[in-house]
Ligand binder design. Structure first.
Ligand code: ZN
Length: 408
């Protein structure tokens, strides 16, 4: 054995287990394993979870909040501020910021898989997109990064982007992105992306219905298109805040359709709470997608960070646990029946959304694991524990062993 973890907790139901790792894979999970290993870690009852997944992030525009403010806090100004900053981005600048943000998610925060939206447009070309492809390669031993070809400025609204979408796939994007609400016609935008997805046989991840009100939603069209094309299980949407404005009798059929289409949802509370409901002068709405209703309707729900310190989200430190913690009160996930459903939203649910086959604390899977400094599986998030050790493909990638001394 290369690695033996002694007495760790891998779920809330069972007793403590020993986990053996060989050649990057989990090869045994038993009550007690007596074989020797090159390295033995005493778990002492602590919680072991699969590697954390950041399922929706923009590294190319991270860490620019101090350059120009979004004073109104609205999406409109965030888009305008970012568009005005983009011409100042050089390759070196994007690389420096993106890797700095990425590194905070890996160390100390235990992210081992990521879906990053990499944007391009006719004015800026592929500078940031190419940087992201380079980073995907450079960091492949510590993190698996999926690159989404993301047309942030729209496709038909920014002529020439249609050709760039094809070029992005040829350059090596893993899947297609989209932003129907930021284009001339949302349905045309969706149609274009589905045509291309079918041509390249790739998944689709859309920025979808990001608004406080539900008067312009295209999620129903998207769900029908998903079913019609046979793309069930291959489509994810981020934000989806607008459907929170639908009364139950209108929301229920949408949820049913989404479940049938097997569309995954990435709830993005850090961004949505910051920019949502800015025009509410009192009784301000929560401005988040209805996480519990989606979950209870059988929709695969994930929690993700989206942005770190820019005009969309002026805070964040790369800790997906903090983002999950934020979602707990705002989405009413703190109760006894709900809390245990949150950890899967940053582990197994995004694994399903991202189509990860080699994931989980199971025999035969890649040893991508995080040992948390807590003994309670149920409280694994609300304890905000230190991620003591992180392994990627069985290799120790992160060790957080800084000692704190209490003088008392
Ligand atoms: Zn986004």
């Amino acid at each position: 054995m290369d690695l033996l973890l002694k007495q760790v907790r891998i779920n809330a139901e069972e007793g403590l287990k020993d986990i053996a790792v060989k050649n990057g894979k989990i090869v045994a999970i038993e009550d007690h394993i007596s074989e020797d290993a090159s390295r033995i870690v005493e778990g002492e009852g602590r919680v072991l979870i699969p590697g954390l997944i950041e399922s929706h992030i923009h590294l190319d525009k991270a860490l620019i909040a101090d350059r120009k403010q979004n004073k109104s806090g609205t999406l409109k100004e965030a888009l305008a501020v970012t568009a005005s900053l983009k011409p100042t981005f050089t390759e070196e600048d994007i690389y420096e910021r993106a890797t700095r943000a990425l590194r905070t998610m890996i160390l100390p925060n235990g992210v081992t898989h990521m879906r990053a939206h990499a944007e391009f447009d006719p004015a800026q070309g592929f500078t940031g997109f190419d940087v992201m492809l380079r980073i995907r390669e450079e960091y492949k031993d510590v993190i698996d990064i999926q690159i989404v070809a993301f047309p942030q400025e729209g496709i038909f609204k920014a002529p020439g982007t249609d050709k760039m979408m094809v070029e992005a796939m040829e350059k090596g994007a893993d899947l297609l992105g989209a932003v129907p609400y930021n284009d001339l016609d949302a349905n045309d935008h969706i149609d274009f992306v589905f045509d291309l997805a079918q041509k390249y046989d790739v998944d689709i991840d859309l920025h979808q219905d990001f608004a406080d009100d539900a008067d312009k939603i295209s999620i129903e069209y998207l769900a029908k298109k998903t079913i019609e094309t046979g793309w069930q299980g291959r489509v994810s949407v981020g934000h989806l805040t607008a459907i929170a404005a639908l009364p139950p009798e209108e929301l229920d059929p949408v949820l049913k359709l989404m479940a049938e289409a097997n569309i995954s949802v990435m709830a993005l509370p850090a961004t949505d709470l910051h920019m949502g409901a800015r025009n509410d002068t009192y009784n301000v709405r929560r401005a988040l997608t209805p996480v519990r209703k989606l979950r209870d309707a059988g929709v695969n729900v994930c929690i993700a960070t989206n942005n770190i310190r820019n005009a969309f989200t002026p805070y964040g430190n790369g800790d997906i646990f903090q983002t999950a913690m934020l979602a707990i009160p705002v989405a009413h996930l703190g109760g006894g029946d709900d809390l245990h459903t949150v950890l899967p939203m940053i582990t197994t649910n995004p694994a399903r959304a991202l189509g990860l086959k080699d994931y989980g604390i199971e025999v035969g899977k890649s040893a991508d694991m995080v040992l948390l400094d807590t003994t309670s599986f149920t409280n694994a998030i609300i304890d905000l524990p230190t991620k003591l050790f992180v392994w990627k493909h069985g290799n120790l990638t992160v060790e957080n062993t800084r000692e704190t001394v209490l003088h008392f």
